[in-house]
Design a protein around this ligand. Structure first.
Ligand SMILES: NC(=O)C1=CN([C@@H]2O[C@H](COP(=O)(O)OP(=O)(O)OC[C@H]3O[C@@H](n4cnc5c(N)ncnc54)[C@H](O)[C@@H]3O)[C@@H](O)[C@H]2O)[C@@H](O)CC1
Ligand SMILES: [K+]
Length: 528
């Protein structure tokens, strides 16, 4: 299931489901699913005997889920302590019932209070000083309305220092389920190893701070009738979203069948950037690849003599897919060349300096919005901020909204890079890319991504599928390289290129075999 739902959508689904069910049913299903996950985590951690579980239970229904799990684990004979931040009279009805079940069983319930509150130091002390094998976070779910403060904040600070496993219920407390930002100002969020999320998956678990705080995400649908789920506007990216655009190569092919890519960039001192993009385009299947330099052009690329190096001013861009921006600099020469390619109806990828040039020039912005050819923009958060005339902080606070805004404004497909890259199209649909890792945080990987986008456009993938595949392959290749020990420290952008080629060929082979269902699991990439 690739659909992602906002808090507002989850609330609607929840209301529709609750209408047809006895009170407390969904919470008990959530508790049962979470208990299975908790037991599996204790098993995996090979805790020999008598595990100790700390359950954090907040004031709302997320706390109700936590109390339900606590009651179940205690019933199963596990030693459970609940740090309770709820007052029965103020709990929602289902949560109060769950509190009753926990109180009736063998779990120990403590109210740690504010660390500065002398009325409850012993409860806090006994929690802070004991050894825990598993912490279950049920402080807040989708109802969090302001930053964590006081006693709960102190507890989150404490559990974030613990060496034990942490399981978050629904979402890690403190995280915004829609955006993946930490609810602030000055907020804090639980860092979980696993998150079991209820009803459906949520965008905030996969982008911005989401990946660092949610860990591995599992979905418990709580047996809700799928007919109650509305059509999704957001998806988790994966081959199932784009594989039908990949085609086997006909035997009767020639280099003209797979398109030309021209990379426009490489001002003086920055010639490596277009070379990287061009090499990536070559290794992702473009028929012919030109590296076109704003300033002086090298005679050829000795390590990749297949590339044709040209002076951009003399090159005819009208019959190629263009990747503009890698190392192009911000000089007026680069601006003129960019204006020329924006006016051509060719498929176009804009990256790096090309995006900065557009951000600084209203005429270029109008040319971009008026294009008829397919366009993909690949900004990182700072480039996106310049394009929207806001700060990078504003972009990161709601990455989905920023990507959607850019896509609508420039009538283009946008890949907003970063942890959980967001791919958006002008109609408001978005996908969050789950592949990739911090090994990609190194110079040149953006040039490679732009080159992959160019190669896929040149091979006639529609721009949405080209962007989805490029983002996924780029991250997937980095994941396989890290597994093979080539990173996360020291992975170079050049090393990424052959790994992306291997992943693309593996994907193509699986598509040809019609083995879509097994795609994620089956693709293996050798590092070299
Ligand atoms: N209603 C249901 O039947 C179900 C609810 N579910 C759970 O319920 C959660 C949503 O429950 P709620 O809507 O009660 O929301 P939460 O449990 O996330 O928290 C809401 C409560 O916390 C208070 N609050 C918000 N921010 C605070 C802060 N920073 N400090 C102190 N108090 C704060 C609110 O005033 C409210 O009382 C989901 O995330 C999910 O875990 C699941 O059990 C599925 C079924
Ligand atoms: K939680």
């Amino acid at each position: 299931m690739n659909e992602l739902y906002t808090v507002a959508e989850i609330r609607q689904i929840e209301q529709a489901a609750l209408a047809g069910l006895p009170a407390g049913t969904l919470m008990q299903r959530a508790g049962a699913a979470a208990m299975q996950m908790a037991l599996a985590m204790l098993d995996n951690a090979s805790i020999a005997s008598a595990p100790r579980v700390l359950v954090l239970a907040g004031p709302g229904n997320n706390g109700g889920d936590a109390l339900d799990v606590a009651a179940r684990l205690a019933q199963a004979g596990i030693e459970v302590t609940v740090a309770l931040y709820a007052v029965a009279e103020r709990q929602p009805q289902d949560a109060r019932a769950a509190l009753g079940r926990a109180q009736a069983g063998a779990a120990t319930l403590l109210a740690p209070g504010d660390p500065g509150d002398s009325a409850a130091p012993s409860a806090a002390g006994s929690i802070y000083q004991r050894h825990w094998d598993l912490v279950i976070d049920g402080l807040f779910g989708i109802g969090l309305a302001r930053p964590l403060a006081g006693a709960m904040r102190a507890m989150v600070e404490f559990i974030n220092t613990l060496p034990c496993q942490v399981l978050a219920l629904d979402i890690p407390s403190g995280l915004d389920a829609d955006t993946g930002d930490i609810v602030g100002p000055g907020g804090i969020a639980v860092r979980a190893h696993r998150t079991i999320t209820f009803i459906a998956d949520k965008p905030g678990l996969h982008t911005c701070h989401g990946r660092d705080h949610a860990g591995q995400v599992s979905i418990a649908t709580l047996d809700i009738d799928p007919a109650l789920l509305p059509p999704a506007q957001a998806f988790l990216n994966g081959p199932i979203l784009f594989a039908d655009a990949l085609r086997p190569r006909p035997q009767n092919s020639h280099k003209g069948s797979f398109g030309d890519v021209a990379v426009l960039g490489g001002a003086h001192g920055m010639q490596g950037a277009p070379i990287l993009a061009a090499r990536a385009a070559l290794h992702c299947g473009a028929g012919r690849v030109f590296a076109c330099f704003v300033d002086e052009a090298p005679g050829y690329d000795p390590a990749q003599p297949e590339l044709m190096c040209r002076h951009a001013g003399d090159f005819d861009f009208s019959k190629t897919t263009v990747v503009a921006g890698p190392g192009s600099g911000g000089a007026s020469r680069a601006n003129e060349l960019l204006a020329r390619v924006l006016d051509l109806p060719v498929p176009l990828v804009l990256d790096a300096d090309a995006l900065n040039l557009v951000a600084a020039d209203r005429a270029l912005q109008q040319r971009l919005a008026a294009r008829t050819g397919a366009t993909i923009l690949t900004p990182h958060p700072l480039e996106a901020a310049r394009l929207l005339a806001v700060s990078a902080g504003v972009i990161q606070a709601d990455r989905l909204a920023a990507a959607r805004q850019l896509a609508a404004r420039f009538q283009a497909i946008v890949i907003l890079k970063g942890s959980g890259s967001v791919i958006a199209r002008p109609d408001g649909s978005v996908a969050i890319n789950p592949s990739g890792n911090p090994a990609l945080a190194t110079a040149g990987t953006g040039d490679v991504l732009a080159g992959v986008c160019g190669a896929l456009l040149a091979q006639h993938l529609p721009p949405w599928q080209a962007a989805l595949s490029a983002a996924w392959l780029h991250g997937h290749a980095a994941d396989r390289l890290v597994e093979a020990g080539v990173g996360p420290v020291g992975l170079s952008a050049s090393e990424l290129i052959p790994a992306i080629r291997t992943a693309l060929n593996a994907l193509n082979a699986l598509c040809t075999l019609g083995a879509l269902g097994a795609l994620g699991a089956q693709i293996t990439v050798n590092a070299h």
